[in-house]
Write a protein that binds this ligand. Structure first.
Ligand SMILES: [Zn+2]
Length: 181
């Protein structure tokens, strides 16, 4: 096993309804196709991907160096959340991702920390002038999914965020039901 020195969180920059109603495996296959066919990589760049419903899928085997961040692939694990289209690095997690993804990402990060040690957990936007993953990972870890980078906004966003989650879940549930008809 290669030595792991960090975990880096990303987003796929897809819309919330990207391939809605299709299994996570199909979405991962599509991202793999982008990375292999469009970018010419040997495999999907991320090690783990988390679907809107919290399903965690494996991408490139974690034993192998990924292709998810310029200059920092060696020794890092790349985890990507489905969603994040149109996000800014100043947004809150809950602006673009679901409560199920929040739980799944925390669980996965806990498992990776158990396996690889207490390595730093960061976001792509800490290394490059990019929005990815569309929130501040350190603040999300400390303050929760409603935390936006502006300190004065923390605490005030909680109720709105709960409604945002409920609306997102109702929308996702309705879309899945419609897709089955
Ligand atoms: Zn990224």
């Amino acid at each position: 096993m290669r030595a792991i020195v960090g975990i880096i969180v990303h987003a796929t920059a897809t819309r919330p309804d990207f391939m809605e109603g299709l299994p996570t495996s199909a979405k991962v296959a599509e991202v793999r196709r982008w990375h292999m066919d469009d970018r010419g990589w040997s495999d999907i760049g991320y090690h783990y991907l988390i679907d809107r419903d919290g399903t965690v899928a494996e991408g490139r085997p974690v034993e192998r160096t990924g292709a998810h961040i310029s200059g920092h692939n060696t020794g890092t694990v790349g985890v990507s959340l489905f969603g994040g289209h149109g996000s800014a690095e100043t947004d809150a997690f809950a602006d673009h991702f679901t409560q199920a993804q929040d739980r799944a990402l925390r669980t996965l990060l806990g498992e990776l920390s158990d396996r690889f040690g207490d390595v730093p957990i960061t976001g792509h936007n800490e290394y490059a002038a990019k929005a990815c993953p569309g929130f501040n990972v350190r603040r999300w870890l400390e303050k929760g999914p409603a935390a936006a980078p502006a300190p004065e906004a923390i605490g005030e966003a909680t109720e709105a965020t709960v409604y945002r989650w409920r609306l997102a879940e109702i929308r996702d549930t309705a879309a899945r039901a419609l897709a089955r008809e």
